[in-house]
Every structure is written in C-alpha cells, then in structure tokens.
Write a protein that binds this ligand. Structure first.
Ligand code: SAM
Length: 249
C-alpha cells in the first residue's frame, strides 16, 4: 500500500511513521508513506497558504489553490500507475473512525490523507475533491497530522505481513464487536495477585472458552452497546440477560 499525506508539517508525519510496527512495515516494503508539503504549491512569494476568513471571525483559513495544486500533482503521479485511489479528509466534522473503517482502508492500494490546520480549509476545495470525511473523535486538535498518524497506524497493522503474528490483529478489541480478554505474563504471582488458574492448565479449549467469556463480560461491563453488533451464541445471550437482571437493567 502507498500512503500520501498532504500537510503543512511533513516532518511531523515522517517522524511519526518511522517507529515501531509502521516503521518496520516501511522498511520491509509492505508500505510506503510520503508527506507532501502543501506550502510547496503556494505561488505567493512568501509561500503563504492561509488568509483571513471572509465575513470576519477568529483564525486563518487554508487557501484552496495550494491544496488543489498539491492534490492534482499527486493524482497525476498516482494515476500514471493506474492504481485506485481513496482519499480521506481529517476533520472533526467527519464520520467517527473505527476498526471497521481501518479494515476497509487496509485493502486499498493508494490512500491519500488531507490534513487541515488553523480554522480549517476553504470549503470550495473540499467540494471539488472527492473524499471520505473522517474524525478520530469528538474533540478538536490543532491539525490533521495526529489524526492521520492514528489512522495510518491502525490501518498499517492490518496489512497482511505487517504483524509477525496476524492472529493478534484478528483477536484484538473490536474484532467481532467485542473487547479483548485480559492478558497476563510472568511472574505467576505479583504482589499477591495470581494468574487465573485456567491459563496455567495447558487445556487449550478451556482457555479459549475462558477468553471468550471474559471478552463478552468485558464488553458488557465497559462498552455494552458494542454487544448489539456482536455475533453471540444463545448461551451468551442468556448470560447477558442474567447479568442485566442482576444489575437491574
Ligand atoms: N474549525 C474547525 C471545526 O470547528 O470544525 C476545526 C479546525 S482544527 C483547529 C484544524 C484541523 O485539525 C482540521 O481542519 C482537521 O484537519 C484537524 N482536526 C482537528 N480535530 C480533528 C479530529 N477530531 N479528527 C480529525 N481531524 C481533526
């Protein structure tokens, strides 16, 4: 997969992706990440890319022209390779990013992220470019760079071959709309707290059953609404109904 990020802070993106799992994926040529500086596409002699908002008000607005030029230059380059392109606009006004989106985007050949800054971007260029509007949560950040890095991280780890053990991606929280079960490692006893016996039993099936139960319980306790989308057995549904009646829900 090739990822390109249109940004005013390319060094922020490049520093963020060269670490840990994503950094290794890049080294192993499973992924490329390039950052395109929108400022390079300004025709202003001072390389300005922002201006005052029409109608007044606080802050500055990113101008349409440098973004559109950066986008077109990138698209010309990508389209010469005939690859399919999906573009994401990082915005607090977008659809909330989740694991399902990460899975969908991990199947793309070419992803482009557009990062805003200041008060935002001139609406006209947002109308001209076809993009998914995506938010990483209901809070406002300074720029789209951290959201792009968050999304790149969660997408990259789903690309086949990126994680040493692909099972770990398949079993993680939100897979099947359940949170993941709790983990334990050595020592067996820590400050008097011991590891659940079943995990020491060596009995594979019992361990799997215990983990599944813990997943359902955790999801019930912490993110109950996720259970609406989960694929649950009749026995699990009965168990949930019992927990609900115990809690008077
Ligand atoms: N004035 C804008 C608004 O109220 O919608 C917010 C602008 S914000 C200060 C600057 C940029 O940060 C946005 O254009 C967007 O690219 C990015 N950004 C901020 N919060 C974000 C979030 N929760 N998810 C995705 N991108 C975000």
């Amino acid at each position: 997969m090739n990822i390109s990020v249109l940004t005013l802070f390319p060094e922020w993106i490049l520093q963020g992706v060269n670490i840990s799992v994503v950094g290794r994926a890049i080294q192993n040529e499973l992924l490329t990440v390039s950052a395109i500086n929108i400022r390079d596409f300004s025709y202003d002699k001072h390389k300005r890319v922002d201006d005052y908002p029409y109608g007044g008000g606080a802050g500055m607005v990113m101008q349409a022209a440098p973004i559109y030029r950066a986008y077109q230059t990138l698209m010309d380059k990508i389209q010469s390779t005939k690859s399919k392109v999906k573009m994401i606009y990082c915005t607090p006004q977008g659809d909330p990013f989740d694991q399902k989106m990460a899975e969908k985007y991990s199947k793309e050949e070419e992803l482009i992220f557009l990062c805003g800054h200041y008060e935002g971007i001139d609406e006209r260029v947002l109308e001209m470019i076809e993009m998914d509007w995506v938010s990483i949560g209901d809070y406002v950040l300074t720029g789209g760079e951290l959201p792009a890095l968050v999304m790149i991280d969660s997408i990259a780890r789903l690309i086949p071959g990126v994680l040493h053990n692909q099972d770990s991606a398949n079993q993680e929280s939100f897979q099947g709309s359940l949170l993941e079960y709790p983990h334990y490692t050595r020592p067996q006893s820590f400050q008097g707290k011991t590891v659940p016996d079943v995990l020491l039993s060596g009995h594979h099936e019992k361990i799997e059953n215990w983990r599944r139960e813990q997943s359902v319980l955790r999801t019930f306790e912490r993110r109950k609404r996720l259970l609406d989308q989960a694929d649950l057995s009749e026995k699990e549904k009965e168990q949930i109904a019992q927990w609900e009646s115990e809690k008077g829900l």
